[in-house]
Ligand binder design. Structure first.
Ligand SMILES: Cc1cc2nc3c(=O)[nH]c(=O)nc-3n(C[C@H](O)[C@H](O)[C@H](O)COP(=O)(O)O)c2cc1C
Length: 408
């Protein structure tokens, strides 16, 4: 990515400095970006042992913030198999040990929730056959965790996935109440530090902001910017009332124009202004940088990227998309900026350690991103030797593997 800061230099970087985000005292500014991996049972029950191992590995440097993969907040949010759910007691029970493992490693976790943009066609609903092979081979991946559209947004290999559905006020309220219940479960039952709202890449909330329903939704939720962001603001209102602003992060992809709205940047500007006015104590704003990921994303060569939004937000901001060590160091010369890594974090369990000491990174294996229920390409990426030496040294000296031992 191109970043051009006139006045700052990498020596000024605060990437490895502690920062307070929400109620959390993070020890550095490298974040695990949300990454859907399909390591769940068909019914959406997370595979506790396997997923616990994954997050436990990624929380090997104390003081790290991890954002989980997208989770379905209610039966109507989803429909795909092998994606985790959190809308009943059993789901919560399956997640609890995972959160516990992250906390035992002195790290923090926000659980991300999403909703699909319409109604899945019956042939795809909980269907193994049709979706079985979508993750294999060279099929390009989109940044929300599903294989990229090959024939247009929200289709896979040229097959449309969704039916249009008129979104009435009743539907909207139903989603808000499901989302709020899921947020409560995440924090009060699973023990998570917070939740991340997913208003990204044309999925349900983003579809409203981008006016993607056209006339196919309640008139108070379409047309003007004020109307288009209404669903998101009402949802936030309800969620923060239930769990508190400091426990909520908000993710946007302002450079994606899936629904061809033409004014997606302006709409997001308006949204961020509203956040600043109404929810200025949210834990963070999370912005996906301009990069061409998949159909619908614009290739904007824009020097500022997320910092354009930071000028409005001016509180903790996470930047994601295409970062490497240099771009992260450079971006973190700005105060209040954290850098989220997707592919590098899934391929490097000890990523913050490697970045700190400039140790070469493992390359990710794209073919195994979405291998359902498999440990391969998931928990078998190696730690670097330096990290293993450092941790065993700490163990031999019978001191805790706190940040003093591992990170300094
Ligand atoms: C396998 C995979 C799954 C992803 N799943 C999600 C997801 O569930 N939710 C989300 O908001 N973004 C998701 N993303 C996007 C990442 O959070 C991140 O924005 C993207 O990978 C770009 O960052 P990177 O260049 O560091 O990989 C996913 C990305 C990958 C590669």
């Amino acid at each position: 990515m191109t970043i051009n800061f006139e006045k700052s230099s990498i020596q000024d970087s605060r990437l490895f400095d502690p920062i307070k985000v929400g109620n959390m005292e993070l020890q550095h500014r490298i974040v695990h970006a949300p990454a859907t991996r399909l390591r769940c049972h068909e019914d959406g029950m997370v595979m506790t042992e396997l997923v616990r191992e994954y997050y436990s590995q990624r929380s090997s440097v104390p003081g790290t913030l991890l954002i989980t993969e997208s989770i379905f907040s209610g039966p109507k949010s989803g429909g795909f198999t092998n994606i985790p759910c959190l809308y009943n007691e059993k789901h919560a029970e399956a997640w609890r040990p995972i959160v516990k493992a992250i906390h035992e490693n002195k790290c923090f976790v926000f659980m991300q929730f999403w909703n699909l943009p319409g109604e899945l066609k019956p042939e795809y609903l909980l269907d193994q056959e049709n979706l079985e092979n979508i993750s294999q081979g060279e099929c390009p991946m989109d940044p929300t965790g599903l294989p990229a559209a090959l024939g247009g947004a929200f289709s896979i290999c040229g097959k449309e996935l969704y039916m249009d559905k008129y979104m009435s006020k009743y539907d909207i309220d139903e989603h808000i109440s499901e989302y709020t219940e899921a947020a409560k479960r995440a924090v009060f039952q699973c023990g998570a530090d917070g939740i991340e709202v997913h208003q990204v890449n044309g999925f349900l909330l983003d579809k409203f902001v981008l006016n993607g329903f056209g006339e196919n939704c309640d008139p108070n939720y379409r047309g003007t910017y004020e109307n288009r962001v209404r669903f998101c603001l009402e949802l936030l209102e309800s969620v923060v009332k239930a769990i508190g602003q400091e426990r909520v992060g908000y993710r946007i992809s302002p450079y994606s124009d899936i629904w061809k709205s033409k004014d997606h940047m302006e709409a997001h500007m308006y949204m961020v202004q509203q956040l600043r006015v109404k929810f200025k104590n949210l834990a963070y704003l999370h912005v996906i940088e301009p990069r061409a990921y998949w159909t619908g994303h614009q290739q904007i060569l824009q020097e500022e990227g997320s910092l354009k939004y930071q000028k409005l937000w001016n509180k903790p901001l996470l930047s994601a998309g295409g970062h490497d060590r240099d771009s992260a160091l450079q971006l973190a010369t700005q105060d209040n900026v954290l850098v989220a890594f997707g592919r590098y974090f899934l391929a490097n369990p000890d990523l913050p350690f490697r970045l700190k000491f400039n140790i070469p990174l493992n390359r990710w294996n794209r073919a195994k991103f979405y291998t359902k229920k498999s440990p391969e390409g998931y928990i078998d990426y190696p730690y670097c030797e330096e990290f293993l030496n450092k941790t065993s040294e700490a163990k031999n000296q019978k001191v805790s593997c706190g940040k003093e031992r591992i990170f300094n």
